[in-house]
Design a protein around this ligand. Structure first.
Ligand code: ST9
Length: 629
């Protein structure tokens, strides 16, 4: 039986009922991808994910890749290779490719819906399969030669990697020391050691194209300190003919010199790559010498969305596994049976604390899915504008604002809820490898770490996406949420007891939550201004108070956005509940209303405390001697 429990129903709800993707699907430039086709594609991917892709999920964990130091090669488990072959044969990677590269143009919202299914079933598999998507970086940034290489990468299904991190340059990418030395033939020789390179070595593809950040040396005006001195190089594992793609039989001097042993996602190789310690590691510059970090951020932005999607996909299957278990696990009597030892034993879904836990899981899984697909729908606007030869600056800005929240908030909430609620629902059995929960928890922890830790996401959100943006995207988003709060509705929930049936209390909670986020932002902005040396009584150390609150703001904003999207979904559901429904739809929509209410009532009230804490932040822990920790 598959470990992977998908939630296609909720994906369809988000795409078609909440986010109105029928306005995009079937219309230029996606004429051939109408709603029916999109549903068929997602249904097929869901089947593939649940069967062939999920099939090697456990084996990939229990039989991790074997690294042979003498040959510097890796052998992946055969079951995993079989899943990989199925994924590539199915060819759905073409959804994310431009038509010129043989792609089937489709909006980002459909791509991310599909990605959730693949990432939930077998995340490592999907990351190994990113070669065609990586090829688009060469296609959009390169010369004719690079564009031909992009075609070859797709035709021959080569693997690809993003190579930034070094032993002493993790979050601080600008500290990287890998050097690139220009050669007379126009190529470059790379020298240095990179670390934590996902998919850096494997035995499933004929070749691997590494996209490597390195610092040019000996070139006037290039290679200065920090991230701006980095350039991006295309470094193949094996040399090849750049017109035909045929391998020349010559090995390039980039080798996996170690493969890390890890807590989770073990089948995904995490490599140390050494450049130029044997034969020269030859690479070719992509674009101009000063473009490196901006080009790499094209990859990073995509990968941050991917990591957030991976996290929520895992939470969703974690919740559905926990739910299945809870429905069949009989334990204890109903709490209302008054301690009668003869009272019948009941399934644990009868117990209040289990219900609390299940609803918490459901609300976060659904709220985070809406966050991912809402962000993807903003990316649809960006893509539509690009296809029309224009730009949608508002959408670009909003997408930028949302990305650290998808990645940082999505991964933190998913991992915590998986560990504290989903695994916990199974009691002691959750700790056993008989069930997928313990692997989910181990596999999902990485999501808060790679592609920029949560701390980096919080800083990115505040300093780059709010302050540097002059608060424009934040204002746009707050306005949207404020308009929702202010909208009078006539929706009546036939099942509401006590309330007025119009989500009135929940709207008020959302309004208050939004105000509290506004208070946190205002506190941080004022503190930032007071840290300016040119401000009257400016105290530069006040910047620490801002730094003490960036993660708080990230999480608070995530809570408010999820609540808003869940409540929007609840309104749609209430509309549906006033009509004729099948039993399955009735239950589905009731569940949507319930999870939105639960989230609003149990999560949003905590934001008042967060705002108070932000306002009361002082420098006490910054003044504390290190020895006192
Ligand atoms: C890793 C791998 O962890 C994990 C899993 C991999 C999964 C693989 C599968 C992926 C598939 C991907 C397919 C690709 C397809 C793509 C298709 C697209 C065509 N947004 O603030 P400054 C830029 S890998 C955009 O001064 P510092 C910007 O150019 C390791 N751009 O930074 C800026 O210049 P300007 C992951 C941004 O203080 C310039 O950087 N490692 C953004 O010099 C300098 O900015 C990390 O993620 C942004 N948000 O450096 C590193 N931010 O200002 C984490 C910066 O002129 N560390 N730029 O525009 C950081 O992010 C740091 O904040 C830092 C700081 C390095 C940026």
């Amino acid at each position: 039986m598959s470990h992977y429990k998908s939630n296609l129903r909720d994906i369809f709800f988000n795409l078609f009922e909440l986010l109105g993707r029928d306005e995009v699907l079937g219309h230029e430039p996606y004429e051939e991808m109408d709603c029916d086709t999109a549903v068929a594609v997602l249904t097929e991917i869901e089947h593939l994910a649940t069967t062939k892709l999920a099939a090697s999920f456990v084996d990939g964990d229990r039989t991790p890749p074997a690294y042979a130091p003498e040959t510097r090669t890796v052998t992946l488990p055969e079951t995993f290779k079989a899943s990989y072959a199925s994924l590539m044969e199915a060819g759905f990677y073409n959804l994310g490719l431009p038509a010129e590269l043989g792609g089937q143009p489709s909006p980002p919202s459909l791509q991310w819906a599909a990605n959730e299914l693949n990432l939930g079933a077998n995340p490592a598999l999907f990351m190994y399969a990113a070669g065609p998507k990586f090829a688009t970086v060469l296609w959009f940034n390169g010369t004719e030669r690079d564009r031909r290489i992009a075609e070859i990468m797709i035709e021959r299904q080569w693997g690809a990697t993003m190579v930034l991190t070094e032993p002493d340059a993790g979050s601080d990418v600008g500290a990287g020391r890998t050097r690139a030395i220009p050669q007379a033939d126009g190529s470059w020789h790379l020298e240095g050691v990179k670390r934590f390179i996902t998919s850096g070595e494997q035995d499933m593809t004929e070749n691997i194209i590494h996209l490597v950040l390195a610092r040019p040396v000996g070139v006037e005006g290039a290679g200065g300190p920090g991230t701006k001195g980095l350039s991006l190089f295309v470094v193949p594992k094996h040399h090849f003919d750049p017109t035909t793609g045929e391998l020349t039989g010559e090995r390039n001097g980039v080798y996996a010199t170690n493969v890390e042993k890890k807590m989770g996602i073990k089948v995904s190789t995490t490599c140390e790559l050494t450049f130029g310690d044997q034969e020269p590691a030859r690479g070719w510059l992509l674009g101009e010498v000063h473009d490196g970090i901006a080009q790499m951020f094209q990859v990073i932005e995509h990968a941050r969305m991917l990591v957030g999607t991976k996290a929520i996909a895992t939470l969703s299957t974690g919740y559905l596994n926990a739910l299945d278990y809870a429905k069949t696990r009989v334990q204890g009597a109903d709490l209302a049976s008054g301690g009668n030892p003869d009272a019948p034993r009941v399934s644990i879904t009868h117990h209040p604390d289990v219900r609390r836990s299940l609803m918490t899981q459901k609300a976060y899984a659904e709220g985070l899915r809406s966050l991912v697909l809402y962000t993807a729908s903003v990316q649809d606007r960006v893509a539509l504008a690009a296809a029309a030869g224009t730009t949608d600056a508002d959408a670009e800005r909003l997408n930028d604002l949302l990305l650290p929240i998808v990645k940082g908030y999505g991964s933190e909430r998913s991992w915590v809820v998986l560990g504290t609620e989903s695994l916990q629902t199974l009691g002691g059995s959750g700790f056993l490898s008989d069930y997928p929960l313990e692997q989910y928890v181990r596999d999902a922890k990485i999501d808060t770490l790679y592609e920029g830790t949560t701390a980096i996401q919080g800083q990115d959100l505040f300093f780059r996406k709010i302050v540097k943006d002059n608060g424009q995207a934040l204002t746009d988003l707050s306005t949207q949420i404020g308009q929702f709060v202010a909208t009078e509705t006539v929706r009546v929930d036939p099942r509401a007891s006590g309330g007025d049936g119009q989500l009135k209390e929940e709207r008020e909670l959302l309004e208050q939550g939004l105000e509290h986020v506004g208070e946190i932002v205002a506190t941080m902005i004022m503190t930032l201004q007071s840290a300016s040396p040119v401000a009257p009584q400016g105290e530069v150390r006040n910047i620490y108070k801002v730094g003490l609150n960036t993660t708080r703001l990230l999480m608070a904003m995530g809570d408010v956005i999820c609540a808003w999207l869940l409540l929007r979904g609840a309104e749609v559901a209430l509309d549906k509940l006033n009509g004729e429904l099948s039993a399955a739809d009735q239950a589905f929509y009731e569940g949507k209303v319930a999870s939105a209410r639960w989230f609003a009532r149990t999560v949003l009230p905590k934001l008042a405390a967060e705002a108070q804490i932000a306002e009361a932040t002082d420098l006490a822990i910054m003044d504390l001697p290190e020895a006192a920790f």
